[in-house]
Design a protein around this ligand. Structure first.
Ligand code: PHE
Length: 341
């Protein structure tokens, strides 16, 4: 009465010549539709002897599942073929907009890692700072020109008898005494990288900029260590062929004090007719041996310990490395510039 093997064979046969979904649908109707093969078979159940009906029904169900499976397999095959037809492997792929680190962020990470390699711990001391840490403990008397409001941003906030007024820190040196008081007993090897603020605005000055302060305090630390460290940094950051030199200078909080120059990468230090440096050297940083008074303010005995400090701008380093000649372009958020990094 029910030759399921024959029926499946027939179905497989007719499916093998089907090439589109429309024909597949016709076959589906033929087998599973209201007047289709399966329903016809079900209707015939009345003609089956009562004892065999259960077995007969089970067989039809199995057949129905098998038909459904075969149809579904074919459907998958056809839809896959359809997309295969449109696949052109020579078409360029989709490109998605890609972000990148801001060049200053990249530079800061690079500088920090160069110093971390030789054991300096990275810290970030406050950008909104007391006059006490920014000037007082750094030997800068009340009438020092840097404490004028032409040079420093003062915050409109209540002042403190000991701490003085609140300022936006004009340099990272304000972290020196904070670090000494945190560590208490040398050795100290700190790099303080934060934003600094000064009311200047031209192609080499932006009111907000970054500074990078190195501080090293231990027994018998001397100028040779300072020079060696800066030399190591210049070679790591700018390249093996760079040289540095120390020029005597004056800062209130270091004695002796220096300005540090790095040889110009454009002219290779020759200087003659170089449009970038004119002298063969570029000014890199301020530095010096930490003043005994500053050590004392940090609770460190200057008879036992000595140290050096330097401070410079990552933005300036980046400019010297890449030839960018306007600092403000680094901070105005113009994507046409930023996309080049
Ligand atoms: N703080 C100084 C400046 O901003 C730089 C400096 C740092 C000098 C550390 C000496 C020692 O110009």
């Amino acid at each position: 009465m029910l030759d399921d093997k024959k029926l499946t064979k027939e179905l497989i046969n007719s499916l093998s010549s089907v090439t589109n979904l429309k024909d597949l649908e016709l076959i589906e109707i033929k087998y599973l539709g209201r007047n289709g093969v399966i329903n016809d078979l079900l209707k015939k159940i009345k003609e089956i002897p009562v004892g065999d009906r259960k077995e007969y029904g089970k067989k039809i169900n199995q057949l129905k599942q098998e038909i459904k499976r075969l149809l579904e397999t074919k459907r998958l095959e056809l839809s896959k073929k359809k997309s295969d037809k449109f696949f052109d492997s020579t078409l360029p792929g989709k490109t998605y907009p890609k972000g990148s680190l801001h060049p200053i962020t990249y530079t800061i990470e690079k500088i920090a890692s160069i110093f971390q390699k030789i054991g300096f711990i990275r810290v970030s001391y406050p950008e909104v700072e007391w006059e006490y840490f920014a000037f007082e403990v750094l030997n800068m008397p009340k009438d020092h020109p840097a404490r004028d409001d032409f040079e420093t941003f003062f915050i409109d906030a209540p002042s403190d008898k000991k701490m003085g007024k609140v300022v936006l820190t004009p340099h990272t040196s304000s972290g020196q005494v904070r670090e000494m008081r945190r560590v208490k007993t040398p050795p100290i090897r700190m790099v303080n990288i934060v934003k600094c603020y000064r009311p200047n605005w031209d192609i080499t000055h932006n009111p907000m900029f970054y500074q990078f302060e190195g501080l090293c305090i231990d027994r018998s630390i001397n100028i040779a260590h300072l020079k060696g460290t800066i030399d190591y940094f210049a070679k790591e950051f700018f390249g093996e062929d760079r040289k540095i030199r120390l020029r005597p200078f004056h800062f209130q909080f270091t004695e002796p004090s220096f300005e540090i120059d790095v040889s110009c990468g454009v002219c290779g230090g020759k200087g003659v007719d170089c449009h970038v440096c004119k002298s063969g050297w570029l000014e890199l940083a301020g530095a010096g041996m930490v003043h005994p008074e500053v050590l004392r303010a940090g609770g460190i005995d200057p008879n036992k310990y000595s140290g050096w400090a330097f401070g410079f701008g990552p933005d300036r380093c980046l400019m010297m490395k890449t030839g960018i000649d306007n600092i403000r372009i680094l901070y105005n958020g113009d994507v046409r510039f930023l996309e080049q990094f």
